[in-house]
Design a protein around this ligand. Structure first.
Ligand code: ZN
Length: 284
């Protein structure tokens, strides 16, 4: 599978000269399966650029089909939807999986951002493409784009965010953004099992430990949290993601060096480390 980063920033878009290298768009990752199917994870502002790149393909002709995984519905994970060009083309079909007690409840949450006070689109019904909304049952695997997908909720401030494990032909990619483990604790045994042995674990890496200490209630991870779970779950490759909006590219460089040192100190020197940057790709 081929993974591409379209938005790696946390909380709010942060474009500008100080964030050019890693990028300022909010969370959006695409995954092309070995069979060529498309999975989109989160719909931050990076989704607009992914959408534009899809127009020369079947998505420009109204023949596209994709699975969308939504970790949670905070703004920085849904704002790209109204700017995702393929969603306006009749004939395209999207199956959107997210966390809610029911599919209709999730659809209502997404409908909320289309309210005319917030958007000229008025309603999801005005999108030309079909968007089928489905609620994830934690721990219950489902099929998406020919892969096996499992979602589990992580604590995220006053709410939760789903972590997803995507498996295809013995390869595994785990997406775990927006995670605030209990102070002094780590993931639940079920979530640790979801991460275990992943070829790639993409993990929230919003803060330095010092910044996290003064912003605990926001529900994000430090690089120490990310390194600790990568070692505990014995993953092969850790990808840092969702950097604080105030961090410059140079700050993220320092975050990466500190995370490398944390992995080594914790016995994870064999774990590869990448700081996700917009436009970069990984193949596993
Ligand atoms: Zn976020």
């Amino acid at each position: 599978m081929r993974i591409r980063f379209w938005g790696v920033r946390g909380s709010i878009p942060a474009p500008g000269p100080d964030t050019n290298r890693y990028g300022g768009n909010t969370s959006c990752v695409s995954l092309r399966t070995a069979a060529g199917e498309l999975i989109i994870i989160d719909m931050g502002t990076g989704l607009m650029h992914l959408g534009n790149s899809l127009l020369p393909t079947e998505f420009g002709k109204g023949k596209g089909n994709a699975t969308i995984l939504l970790s949670h519905a905070h703004w920085d994970h849904i704002q790209g939807l109204g700017f995702f060009a393929p969603v306006f083309i009749p004939g395209n079909h999207f199956t959107l999986w997210g966390h809610a007690k029911s599919s209709s409840m999730l659809e209502g949450i997404l409908e909320g951002q289309m309210n005319p006070n917030f958007s000229p689109l008025y309603t999801l019904k005005n999108l030309g493409a079909a968007v089928e909304v489905r609620a994830v049952v934690p721990g219950e695997a489902f099929e998406g784009a020919g892969t096996r997908i499992t979602g589990r909720p992580n604590p995220h401030g006053s709410t939760t965010a789903l972590a997803f494990r995507i498996e295809e032909a013995g390869r595994s990619f785990v997406y775990a953004s927006d995670v605030g483990y209990p102070e002094g604790g780590g993931p639940s045994p079920e979530v640790l099992a979801l991460y275990r042995g992943a070829d790639v674990l993409l993990h929230d890496c919003t803060y330095t430990p010092d910044d996290q200490a003064t912003r605990r209630n926001r529900g994000f991870s430090s690089y120490e949290d990310a390194a600790a779970v990568a070692v505990a779950a014995q993953v092969k490759h850790l990808v840092m993601f969702h950097y604080d909006q105030d961090y410059t590219d140079d700050d993220v460089d320092r975050l990466r060096l500190a995370c490398r040192a944390a992995l080594d100190r914790r016995g994870g020197s064999s774990i590869a480390l990448t700081a996700a940057a917009e436009g970069d790709e990984l193949t596993i």
